[in-house]
Design a protein around this ligand. Structure first.
Ligand code: SF4
Ligand code: SF4
Length: 168
């Protein structure tokens, strides 16, 4: 269902707060990766949106219920499973039309949808969907490529390192 006006307004306020928080967080703790490429609109990231949470949200019943309710009523995310190992809540998005692969409330989509896949760059080895048009790029890629060149590493091995270290 398309977001009604009160939900759109509420989401705009929350989005503003998250945008500010992440701007500060990323200034203080920059990722070692930049984001290269562009969104190709495959909508793979809409199939099972997931949110990483703290231990308290996963373990404390009331906090967890409040979090799940908020996601349901504000963001339109229905809980599918809690992945304790990956510390993620996995959802089904009620705004996502699987037939057309479109979002019915794109203009009011939450911060996490707008930010995807930037948040993954905080991980040591970010893994994006193979379909995704974005890719991580190591910020020191140029220096590392020059170093690999200097060491005379065989081409095949070098290609593997370039891929695994996100140098290209
Ligand atoms: S709100 Fe829209 S952009 Fe976000 S997961 Fe749902 S369908 Fe995708
Ligand atoms: S998975 Fe990547 S390319 Fe596909 S819609 Fe999401 S951000 Fe865009």
């Amino acid at each position: 269902m398309v977001d009604p006006l009160p939900i759109r307004l509420l989401k705009a306020v929350v989005r503003g707060a998250w945008t500010l928080e992440y701007a500060v967080r990323r200034t203080l703790q920059p990722s070692r990766y930049a984001l290269a490429g562009a969104c190709g609109g495959c909508a793979k990231c809409c199939e099972r949106p997931s949110i990483r949470t703290g231990l308290f949200t996963r373990r404390l019943r009331r906090l967890r219920s409040a979090f799940v309710l908020w996601q349901r009523w504000v963001n339109g995310f229905e809980l599918v499973e809690v992945d304790q190992q990956a510390q993620h809540f996995v959802f089904r998005c009620t705004h996502f039309d699987r037939g057309t692969r479109r979002c019915d409330s794109y203009a009011s989509r939450p911060f996490l949808c707008r930010d995807y896949p930037r948040a993954l760059l905080d991980q040591p080895w970010p893994e994006l969907f193979p379909e995704c048009g974005f890719r991580p790029l190591a910020k020191n890629a140029e220096a590392m490529l020059a170093d690999l060149e200097r060491r005379g590493i065989p081409e095949e091995k070098r290609g593997e390192l370039e891929r695994r270290l996100y140098l290209k």
